[in-house]
Design a binder for this molecule. Structure first.
Ligand code: CMP
Length: 138
C-alpha cells in the first residue's frame, strides 16, 4: 500500500472513537490492515441470527440498528458496531442497515482482539460501548 493511502486511512481512522487513544505507530499498523466498504441507503450490513467475524466503524453516514420492524438505535460517524459477535463468536444480536449512503471501516475479529490486548484503552472503550448497549436492552 502507498504512503498516500496509509495517510488517508489514518485520517479516517481518527474519526472512530474506539481508536482515539492509539499511538501513531498503532494507527499506521491499523491502517495497513483495515478495509473500507460502501453501502447504499437501505442496504443490509448484517442480520440478526447470522454468524459474523467483522466489526465496523462508521466513517460517513448513519446506520439503523433494528430487529425486523423494531427500532433499537441509530448510529453515526465515529461510532462502531458488530462488537458483540466479535466478543462471543455468537450470532448477531440485531439487524444493521445503512440509513443513508454509508462508508464503513471493516475489521476482522482477530485484528480487533489483537488491538484490544496490545492497547488496553481500546479494550476499555469496547467494554464501555458494550455495557451501555446492554443496559439499553433491559
Ligand atoms: P452484533 O451483535 O455483532 O451485531 C449487531 C450489532 O448491533 C451489535 O453487535 C451491536 O454493535 C449493535 N447493537 C445491538 N444492540 C444495540 C443497542 N441497544 N444499541 C446500539 N447498538 C446495538
Amino acid at each position: 500500500i502507498s504512503d498516500e493511502v496509509i495517510l488517508r486511512r489514518i485520517f479516517v481512522l481518527q474519526k472512530i472513537e474506539l481508536f482515539s487513544d492509539l499511538t501513531l505507530n498503532e494507527f499506521i499498523e491499523l491502517a495497513r490492515m483495515v478495509d473500507e466498504a460502501q453501502f447504499e441507503q437501505g442496504e443490509v450490513i448484517c442480520q440478526a441470527g447470522e454468524l459474523g467475524d467483522t466489526m465496523y466503524g462508521i466513517i460517513e453516514g448513519h446506520v439503523r440498528v433494528h430487529r425486523g420492524a423494531e427500532f433499537i438505535a441509530s448510529l453515526q460517524e465515529g461510532e462502531s458496531f458488530g462488537e458483540m459477535a466479535i466478543i462471543d463468536s455468537g450470532p448477531r444480536s440485531a439487524d444493521c442497515t445503512a440509513a443513508t449512503r454509508t462508508v464503513l471501516l471493516q475489521l476482522h475479529r482477530d485484528q480487533v482482539l489483537s488491538f484490544c490486548f496490545q492497547n488496553t484503552e481500546v479494550l476499555k472503550r469496547l467494554m464501555r460501548v458494550l455495557a451501555d448497549r446492554l443496559k439499553g436492552m433491559q
